[in-house]
Design a protein around this ligand. Sequence first.
Ligand code: FES
Length: 378
Amino acid sequence: MSSENIIVIDGKEYAFSPGETILEVAEKNGIDIPTLCYLKGASPTGSCRICVVEVEGARALVASCAAPAGANMVVRTESPRVLKARRLNLELLLASGQHNCLAQDMDVDSWTDFQLSAMGVKEHEDLCPAYGNCKLQDLAIRYQVKTNRFQPPDTRYPIENVNPFIVRDFSRCILCGRCVQACNEIQVNNAISFGYRGAESKIVARGDLALKDSDCVFCGECVQACPVGALISKQDLLAGPKHDETMMVRTTCAYCGVGCQLYLHVRDNKVFKVTGVEDAGPNFGSLCVKGRFGYDFINDPERLTTPLIRENGNLREASWDEALDLVSERFGRIKEDSGPDSIGVLCSARITNEDNYLAQKFTRAAIGTNNIDHCARL
Ligand code: FES
């Protein structure tokens, strides 16, 4: 590696490839630079300034998520100047809306004026739904931001929840732009963008319509990208506070054969939220509306949980053993009476590749026919 491709971070030399940002080189080498607005896979916006680092010779601090690594660059990621800037930026972000989370676990007598005013907003008496799962909260704790010199503004835009899936709480929005990046660059739906200017700024959908009247397809990518409590899945919100007891179960989405990797968030044996697995293919965190929001059937009281056998025109519950024995016996009889080619099997694009493989194996090896087809050949 030529010395042209060497960068020094916190006193150590690291090789980099042309085009890599300082943040990417740091991440690759296990150096933790905090980020907030940065969204992997999308172009960096450099808007939150949490990832700032000191570069020797540069007058201002630089946003490491947007700055390319340069030859012989000398970078400091945790210098006093960097820490001071991150704290200030966090104070400004916390003052940009109603972020009462920092007060929640503390004795009321010890609240600062900032916390008291944040808790005073009626619609935020309750714990923020992102509590314990909020990047801004994590960073405020990490950098020990206990007070704020800046006053949060009055809530300017009402909460929007007139759709079945997503609640938009503009008072908790820090305008980091991750949702816009996720919608426009990851999912390429182009449904949301920045609207208005200055203190009026807001993430808008199609000239500031409710999501249900816009081009939004409710894939929920924006919800997953939101680092705070501004975008929350409605089902998650209805399930109430839960983060401590949550179990994450990794599985494959069963809605189609793509094989998207997802996490089921489970509490009390009930799924209350689904998120995409961000570091694994084929979806790298993305899901469609069905994969992300279509899970209420799991706990629906009307869901069939046992096989039903029709007898004299009526259905009765049966055990799996009994049902499978019956199916096997009937298939056997048809095969004996009319030959294996009298049976055909239709597979589905809605099941996994593994299930489809097993279906063709069953058709060919167990039934003994090549009459196997697939709905995707329509
Ligand atoms: Fe780099 Fe926000 S993460 S500016």
